[in-house]
Design a protein around this ligand. Structure first.
Ligand SMILES: [Zn+2]
Ligand SMILES: [Zn+2]
Ligand SMILES: [Zn+2]
Length: 451
């Protein structure tokens, strides 16, 4: 820390750190950017990291995961919010006539894999967890009842009443196959909408597009469910109105039908029984309106929040697990440990190799994308980021850090090389002070491979 403060390059280092916006684990890049005259090949401007502190440029890690870097996850959350909001209320190239398109907020849950401790509230009162008057005793001697009124942050929430009765294998297989189940659902939805309007799929495509934006959320029991915005557009997406027969009621009916119709079958393997995986029976469809119960802001905020989360609420690990790792050494609670152990066990079966359960054991089997949109939903994260890059470039020109070129006459050649990430312990303390961020629990090596 003292060495950094005394470094003649300190103020440039501090400027780099401020520019990362409080990133907890900035990426170090080595390289240069040349601006060449297209006609003559003459070098007009060169930026090189050679003159930067430690010879590197520090850039934000851009993770979406709040558990890894709160600052970068916040940028991702804000971008996702804008993108979802644009698809509901217009903006970012989406016309505001989109508000008139039928639009639903749909939640597709996972089925039950065994009773778990829950915290349920009704009229502001917490209800007993699993009050059963004549509860059965399971083969392991546990009474399948729990009359405790659990607080909303008790560690036992989401954990099975009997950990030996719980279908951990079914849970991780559901996570692994949930993206496929979602694809089947969207196909079935198109077929159902076509059928209820008396059209073939081909005819439907000429009149209507179904646009989606979805996010995966882990429930405490360690299984994913999906929240989705589903909107009916005309043939060209949000710029064209859907046909008059395409109403929110028709869509809601089609969603319920499609969700209950689809399934994914896992054939019997070795000692494993065959399984037919479906969505849970709780299928929630609610209309999104500009001023009703469920507004565009509420939905965009909800989806954006979940887009920055992974499985951490279940108490799993935030990194890949090696099959040779001793799971007992990680100090996990029994339920997540069993889910991870099932991923490792099932992942070793040849027939299930495609599910890559070992690689995704830390995610309890889910290897899908957390937040996805169909092509026509609204703008893209790439476009939002390009806008920000262009803005930063304009600012660099205004402040004189980059000369103003005629863009068509200049060739930009960039060469970058990865040179490490994170902070040394001393740098981490200074960076936290500079950016007003909270320090993570610092490991003794500073958490990065930086000098
Ligand atoms: Zn970051
Ligand atoms: Zn309970
Ligand atoms: Zn049991």
């Amino acid at each position: 820390m003292i060495a950094r403060l005394h470094d003649p390059n300190y103020s440039r280092w501090a400027a780099q750190i401020r520019a990362t916006g409080g990133c907890r684990q900035p990426i170090h890049l080595m390289g240069r950017v040349d601006h060449l005259d297209r006609a003559t090949g003459a070098l007009l401007h060169r930026y090189s990291t050679r003159t930067e502190p430690d010879g590197v440029l520090r850039v934000p890690c851009k993770t979406r995961r709040a558990s890894r870097c709160p600052a970068c996850a916040e940028v991702y959350r804000a971008d996702t919010y804008q993108l979802i909001r644009a698809g509901l209320a217009g903006g970012k190239g989406v016309p505001d006539t989109v508000t008139a398109h039928p639009c639903l907020f749909v939640t597709l849950t996972a089925p039950s894999f065994g009773a778990v401790h829950t915290c349920r509230e009704k009229n502001g009162k917490t209800l007993p967890c699993h009050a059963r008057r004549d509860a059965a005793t399971c083969p392991h001697g546990n009474v399948m009842s729990c009359t405790t009124r659990h607080g909303s942050d008790e560690a036992c929430l989401g954990e099975p009443l009997c950990v030996d009765c719980y279908d951990h294998a079914g849970s991780v297989l559901f996570n692994a196959l949930a993206p496929q189940l979602w694809r089947y659902f969207t196909d079935a939805l198109r077929r159902r909408v076509a059928k209820s309007s008396g059209l073939t799929l081909r005819e439907l495509r000429k009149q209507l597009t179904i646009s989606f934006a979805k996010v995966a959320e882990y429930q405490r029991r360690g299984v994913v469910h999906f929240h989705a915005v589903i909107r009916l557009d005309g043939p060209d997406g949000p710029t064209s109105p859907p046909p008059a027969w395409a109403t929110a009621d028709l869509l809601a009916d089609a969603v319920r039908h499609a969700a209950s119709a689809v399934s994914v079958t896992v054939p019997a393997i070795a000692d494993e029984p065959a399984r037919v995986l479906r969505w849970g029976t709780q299928i929630d469809t609610r209309p999104i309106t500009m001023n009703g119960d469920l507004t565009d802001q509420a939905v965009a905020g909800y989806i954006a929040k979940y887009a920055t989360k992974a499985a951490e609420c279940v108490g799993t690990l935030d990194r890949r697990i090696n099959p040779l790792d001793d799971l007992t050494a990680f100090n996990l609670r029994e339920h997540p440990r069993r889910l991870i152990a099932e991923c490792l066990r099932l992942g070793a079966l040849d027939e299930l190799a495609d599910l890559r359960l070992i690689q995704w054991a830390h995610m309890l089997g889910f290897r899908g994308h957390f937040s996805t949109r169909s092509r026509h939903y609204s703008t893209t994260l790439g476009d939002i980021r390009a806008d920000r890059t262009a803005y930063a470039r304009d600012e660099a020109i205004t402040t004189g850090r980059l000369p103003l070129f005629d863009e068509d006459a200049v060739l930009v050649i960039a060469e970058w090389e990865y040179a490490g990430k994170g902070y040394s312990l001393g740098d981490a303390l200074l960076a936290a002070a500079l950016t007003g961020t909270v320090l993570p629990t610092l490991p003794m090596d500073g958490g990065g491979d930086a000098r």
